[in-house]
Design a binder for this molecule. Structure first.
Ligand SMILES: [Zn+2]
Length: 241
């Protein structure tokens, strides 16, 4: 990440969403990342000719976790080839909450190095805080290193937004409410905002942190019809134009 241009500088804490998307913009993001999010989730997005953002913790490759079997290296390469964004989590899924600065830095450097060893030349531009733990230290250290950092506080990013703690809404089976989700997409459209969803596994019997393929598809279909869908990378790039 140190090779990133300093395009954000000192103003990373606040930025105005431009009027680039008159119908609002929606990002679908996946954390950790389970294999099902790459395979099933990616296929759903591609059916609607859109792409997602995968905040990948590369040490979790092929691990078995609470959100199911994790990605393998070819999943990451295939997603990258298909145009999805491979973004950064901490390497071991370290919780940044009480971690010292040196450890946080080592984690994101290790993750970037692991990604570069998988896909030559790829530098992760955006980050998501594991567990949504946005400590003052983590924010101060990571904010300048990445184009954006995403948390897990729900809401619509609009007006002056915090690129070091982007708001994001869960897309989980446990509290999935399609009508409420559609309303949120509508509200995002009316304020010309940036609505970010996040989930983990995408399977018929999801973990408490995942969703069913049909739920993701319903939301992607609705957002594709009435809004713009872009990976985080492309939204952030447009904010700086
Ligand atoms: Zn995570």
């Amino acid at each position: 990440m140190t090779s990133l241009p300093g395009k954000i500088g000192l103003s990373f804490y606040s930025h105005r969403v431009t009027a680039a998307w008159p119908s609002g913009v929606v990002s679908f993001t996946f954390d950790d990342v389970p294999k099902s999010a790459f395979v099933a989730g990616g296929a759903i997005l591609e059916r609607y000719a859109v792409r997602g953002t995968y905040y990948t913790a590369l040490q979790l490759a092929e691990a078995e976790t609470v959100v199911g079997p994790m990605f393998d290296r070819e999943d990451v390469r295939a997603a990258h080839r298909a145009g999805h964004e491979i973004a950064c989590h901490t390497y071991t899924h370290l919780d940044c909450d009480r971690a010292p600065e040196s450890l946080i830095l080592a984690e994101v450097r290790d993750n970037a190095a692991a990604l570069a060893s998988l896909i030559e030349g790829v530098v992760p531009e955006n980050f998501a805080y594991p567990y949504g733990s946005v400590s003052p230290t983590a924010k101060r250290v990571l904010g300048p290193l990445f184009s954006s950092c995403r948390g897990i506080r729900p809401g619509i990013n609009h007006g002056t937004i915090d690129l070091a703690d982007l708001l994001a809404t869960t897309l989980y089976d446990v509290d999935f409410d399609e009508v409420a989700m559609r309303r949120l997409v509508d509200r995002n459209r009316s304020v010309r905002g940036w609505l970010i969803f996040f989930t983990h596994d995408v399977v018929e019997t999801p973990s408490p942190f995942g969703c069913k393929p049909g739920q993701l598809e319903a939301l992607v279909a609705y957002a594709a019809k009435c809004s713009t869908i872009l990976p985080v990378r492309e939204v952030v790039a447009a904010l700086h134009r």
